[in-house]
Write a protein that binds this ligand. Structure first.
Ligand code: SF4
Ligand code: SF4
Length: 186
């Protein structure tokens, strides 16, 4: 019997603490709702002069805002300085959204890759910046551009690649290498 009384007391305590938590929540939410309604009503019935503009037109034809006014570490669309890019693929390897794809070929100099294709699908990009952190040559950066709304998802992809290597380019590089080797022998 003693054991049963203890149990009853514990469930009673739980009931009252739940009830108290309920009323605390009700009071807090009620106060928030009251403030919201009060703000809305005061704005609704205030005079035109006292009404503050709380929204902005977008795009705003009169806005003087420039990208320079963005926070210093803001992350806009990605850009790749492809001449600096080594084609290492670290950025694509760490991207959690798999939105970077690249293709490389042997370049004009031994050990140097030619980045023929480098595409970023900004429709999938999270703008997390992990790829930029991973890019040791710092060729990949966030620009300060952020306006690019489009109804065409393909238009949100950006290509930075240098294009495929043509037969003429290969021949020119071969001749350059031969000339350099001859110079080295002399
Ligand atoms: S910012 Fe993030 S999601 Fe976008 S390409 Fe870089 S790693 Fe991928
Ligand atoms: S990590 Fe940098 S250097 Fe390497 S492929 Fe990506 S953009 Fe190019």
């Amino acid at each position: 019997m003693e054991h049963q009384r203890n149990l009853g007391g514990a469930s009673g305590d739980t009931f009252f603490s739940n009830l108290r938590a309920f009323f605390v929540l009700l009071a807090r939410e009620g106060a928030g709702l009251y403030r919201t309604v009060q703000t809305g009503l005061s704005y609704l019935f205030s005079t035109a002069e006292s009404k503050k503009i709380v929204t902005e037109l977008y795009p705003d034809p009169l806005s003087s805002r420039t990208p320079d006014e963005l926070p210093p570490r803001s992350r806009g669309f990605l850009e790749n300085d492809i001449l600096r890019c080594t084609g290492c693929g670290d950025c694509a390897a760490v991207c959690p959204a798999a939105c970077i794809s690249l293709s490389v070929e042997p370049g004009p100099k031994p050990g140097k890759l030619w980045v023929s294709g480098f595409d970023i699908d900004h429709s999938k990009c999270l703008f997390c910046g992990i790829c930029v952190e991973a890019c040791l040559p710092a060729s990949l950066t966030h620009s300060r551009k952020y306006e690019r709304a489009s109804g065409d998802v393909l238009a949100l992809s950006t290509s930075f690649g240098r294009g495929p290597i043509s037969v003429e380019m290969k021949e020119k590089w071969r001749q350059q290498r031969e000339a350099e080797e001859e110079d080295a022998v002399r």
